[in-house]
Write a protein that binds this ligand. Structure first.
Ligand code: CAA
Length: 388
């Protein structure tokens, strides 16, 4: 029964959330998305509104200022926000990724300092795992953390492609306390951003998601008290992998939202545009594309909701979250590609958002684990299940 129950109708809470998020995205996200994208403007007002709607901390318990809903709710919210503006949804996604790790592994004091302030949208967080020399191979991180005589860790190195980091007030940094221990040396450190030794080194110029920031962090004898180690020294890799399992539900939902937006635009255009004496939607070549798009959007949503349902019911999700993320991100790039194809010249210009969907979709196959990494994760799980 792994995931079958998620096929039942959405609960009333989920239906209300879906409608609220859809109305919000139509009214307050989609109308500004292309301007923010073109001008590379951080959507501060939209993030503030996400906070008011409880979308910046969907699964965080209410006692810590969160919304106290489940991962199904998170997936629904992410999809709707991404359908309106994918760049806004990545601000939301990375914040929720961070909060998930702190809620799961933080001490009470850490939750007060590093969870509560990040739940309402006033402060956002980053999640610094990747490095210039280690993206997919996360356990090869070479940023070091050395314990000094005063009982503090000194962090040195460079973290790369860190979403949210320009506007963030704090986040998690993964560093190794002993590189010879490989993944067992990786340790997670909580930190505020405005601390000596931590600087934004480079703000990346990107193909898509241009309204959200992606920067390099430079760590130069950055001092972190031992009390800010999340979990225990050496447990950081497991924390990263577990939180990424949940994060991948978010990216799958985001991808589904982009795919849905591209599908809706293509459908609308195909119904209105006339060619060869009839509407485009009457041409079988176009119908085939629309059918393939609809299939991918719906299977992406089902796989995403299944992974969320498994998480909400306390089951392992490593394989299912990877499947959802892999399929949904490929669905997003497929649908954005076909949307441009159906729109033709209009799809290639910036008069319509098709080209933005295409650029935004592309990174969903890269961050929080590339499509190749998802296939490795799935294959490992499948092979493990037959050897047990
Ligand atoms: N949950 C819990 N533990 C896990 C796990 C999981 N999903 N996956 C692995 N582990 C554990 C293993 O059980 C093993 O534990 P033991 O030492 O106790 O045996 C340990 O971790 C090492 O496992 P592997 O040997 O499988 O590790 P690996 O080095 O071969 O790497 C990998 C596995 C799947 C390739 C991993 O490195 C990976 O996921 N890479 C992709 C990294 C990634 O997604 N980066 C995204 C950056 S964050 C981001 O993008 C956010 C943003 O800004 C948008």
């Amino acid at each position: 029964d792994r995931g079958i129950a998620c096929l039942a109708a959405l609960s009333e809470t989920h239906q209300i959330l879906q409608k609220t998020c859809r109305d919000f995205a139509n009214a307050e996200l989609a109308p500004h998305a292309r301007h923010h994208d073109r001008e590379h403007l951080y959507p501060a007002e939209q993030v503030r509104r996400l906070g008011e709607l409880g979308l910046m901390s969907v699964t965080v318990q209410e006692e810590y200022g969160g919304t106290g809903l489940d991962y199904q709710a998170y997936a629904i919210g992410m999809e709707e926000v991404a359908r309106g503006d994918a760049a806004v949804s990545i601000v939301m996604g990375v914040n929720n990724l961070y909060l998930g790790a702190v809620q799961q592994h933080g001490t009470e004091a850490q939750k007060q300092q590093f969870l509560v302030p990040y739940t309402q949208g006033q402060h956002i967080a980053f999640y610094a795992l990747s490095e210039p020399g280690s993206g997919s191979d996360a356990s090869a991180a070479s940023t070091t953390a050395k314990l000094n005589a005063g009982g503090n860790y000194l962090l040195n190195g460079t973290k790369a492609w860190i979403s949210n980091s320009k506007e963030a007030s704090g986040g998690i940094i993964f560093a190794t306390i002993d590189k010879s221990l490989k993944h067992k040396g990786i340790t997670a450190f909580l930190t505020e951003k405005n601390v000596p030794g931590l600087t934004i080194a480079k703000n990346e110029s990107k193909m898509g998601m241009c309204a959200s920031s992606t920067c390099q962090l430079s760590l130069d004898d950055m001092c972190v008290p031992q009390s800010q180690v999340l979990g225990s020294p050496g447990s950081g890799f497991r924390i990263a992998m577990e939180s990424l399992d949940c994060g991948r539900i978010g990216i799958a939902a985001q991808s589904t939202g982009i795919a849905q937006a591209a599908f809706e635009l293509a459908l609308d255009y195909a119904e209105k545009r006339v060619a060869f004496g009839q509407r485009l939607s009457r041409l079988q070549m176009i119908q085939q594309k629309l059918a393939d798009m609809a299939l991918r959007v719906e299977t992406a949503r089902l796989l995403t909701w299944r992974a969320a349902w498994l998480k909400d019911n306390g089951m392992s999700i490593t394989k299912e979250a990877a499947m959802a993320k892999l399929h949904a991100s490929e669905a997003a790039t497929y649908c954005a590609h076909q949307c441009i194809q159906i729109l033709g010249g209009m799809g290639y210009t910036t008069d319509l958002p098709a080209e933005m969907y295409y650029r935004n979709a592309r990174v969903t196959e890269i961050y929080e684990g590339t499509s190749e990494i998802q296939r490795i994760v799935i294959a490992n799980c499948v092979l493990q299940s037959i050897s047990n």
